[in-house]
Design a protein around this ligand. Structure first.
Ligand code: DCP
Ligand code: MG
Length: 428
């Protein structure tokens, strides 16, 4: 008679799995969202920039319900654009012409005049942002939201998360997102967030890159220092001056040397980063991305006729929002406003300051600047003020006198680019 043990000893009971962290970034996100609406533009150079223009409105109205039938020739072209707007993003077909994020549209028009120009649809972008994140969480619950189009995911304990270094799970997530939304993304899987963030760019678009600890010297060290998330333009300029161009050259510096050049906090961080070290956990409880206050008026108000009343409400909103920020211990750099007109159409504008703030006066001034950029001919039913790109006040104050650490702190998720708008006279 043979005996069967009640419980089979597990081969890896108690074994600690190696950390596998993924960084997922959507491909040409705002542009890809537009291609879902206008599939006839797939494969063509398309750039996204600025707000909706009369041409876009007219086209969508004429083809309502059958936007996919709009002939390609009917879309606005970059060559016909005049103004000072900046490109928010571009399809990969457009990037082949050297066109990309943050480039002036007039300059881009010289590189790729035939590119189709579309406005950003923030509401649609946010909808798809929520959808792809919901899909990820349903597969791998430990997800950290890093902004509209990127997240970190802890693969360590998820089924498939260790197979082929994470490639199997990455492939599954890519497919689930693409099946549900039609959008593609790129994923890097590595021992930590720092390396995963770099890796997600290696095979863009629609790529997967696996980085193992032993890849540090061959894959990471030849890269430019700027590829490290946390080395901004200022730190990079100083490194360049010191003759340090690659991550490998940075890793070759001694810790005391880096501390001498860059101070204790940033010097230590630079040293660890160049050696691929990063212990930050994937945090699911997200810090607030923004704070806002808004109010719907008792009766619709007009910017000129009800100027005093509106001005007072606007100031009051800013004061309350500043109090919210101060009470919760945050400062913010991006100030935005929201208006709803009497026809229920909504307009938003935002403006990013050089430094974070939490005081009513600076907030009121920046919000007033935004207000100059919206049409104010129709009556208003709602007014809102928002502060984004938040940092904890305590962290901000802890970095006083250390411009490089501050630069690192401010490198949060990307902000939507500013839109260009016809000038509207200042009313408040
Ligand atoms: N974005 C923006 N302003 C910038 C950069 C980006 O408004 N200066 C917006 C548009 C992008 C989105 O954020 O679609 C995501 O930014 P990414 O840097 O990830 O750029 P993309 O997703 O467009 O392209 P990639 O495929 O390189 O990730
Ligand atoms: Mg992206």
């Amino acid at each position: 008679m043979s005996e069967t043990p009640a419980t089979l000893p597990s081969a890896d009971a108690g074994a600690v799995l190696p950390r596998r962290i993924a960084h997922l970034d959507m491909d040409a996100f705002y542009a890809s969202v537009e291609l879902l609406r206008y599939p006839q533009l797939k494969g063509l150079p398309v750039v996204i920039g600025g707000g909706r223009r009369a041409h876009d409105e007219a086209l969508d109205a004429r083809f309502e319900g059958r936007l996919h039938e709009i002939p390609v020739d009917a879309f606005a072209r970059l060559k016909d654009y005049t103004g000072r707007g900046v490109i928010t993003t571009a399809t990969y077909a457009a990037r082949q012409f050297g066109v990309g994020s943050a480039m002036g549209m007039m300059k881009a028009a010289r590189l790729c005049p035939q590119a189709i120009l579309l406005p950003v649809d923030f509401a649609e972008v946010r909808r798809f942002s929520r959808r792809f994140k919901d899909i990820i969480v349903s597969i791998a619950p430990l997800m950290e939201d890093r902004g509209v189009d990127e997240v970190y995911i802890d693969f360590t304990e998820v089924p498939g998360g260790q197979r082929e270094g994470g490639r199997v799970l990455a492939r599954l997530i890519q497919k689930a997102i693409s099946d549900a939304t039609g959008l593609t993304c790129s994923i890097g899987v590595a021992p930590n967030k720092l390396l995963a963030k770099m890796a997600s760019e290696f095979n863009k678009p629609h790529g997967i890159s696996i980085v193992q600890p032993e890849d540090l010297q061959t894959v990471v060290w030849p890269l430019a220092c700027r590829k490290i998330n946390g080395i901004g333009p200022k730190a990079d300029a100083r490194l360049q001056n010191l003759g340090i161009h690659t991550i490998g050259e940075l890793a070759a510096q001694s810790l005391p040397q880096l501390v001498q050049w860059f101070g204790l906090a940033y010097g230590q961080w630079l040293h660890g980063a160049s050696w691929g070290r990063d212990d930050r956990p994937v945090v699911t409880h997200s810090e607030p991305v923004s704070m806002s206050r808004e109010t719907t008026f008792e009766r619709d108000l007009h910017a000129v006729r009800d100027r005093a009343e509106l001005g007072a409400i606007f100031t009051d909103l800013c004061e309350r929002l500043a109090q919210d920020l101060q009470r919760k211990g945050y400062m913010g750099r991006t100030v935005g406003i929201k208006l709803r007109y009497d026809d229920f159409k909504t307009a938003t504008r935002d403006h990013t300051l050089d430094l974070p703030m939490a005081d009513a006066k600076t907030l009121r001034h920046a919000a007033g600047q935004c207000l100059k950029r919206v049409p104010l001919t129709r009556r208003l039913r709602l007014l809102g003020v928002r502060v984004g790109s938040l940092v904890r006040t305590a962290e901000w104050e802890a970095t006083a006198g250390d411009p490089l650490a501050r630069e690192q702190l401010l490198r949060g998720p990307v902000q939507p680019a500013q839109d260009s708008d016809p000038y509207t006279p200042q009313l408040f």
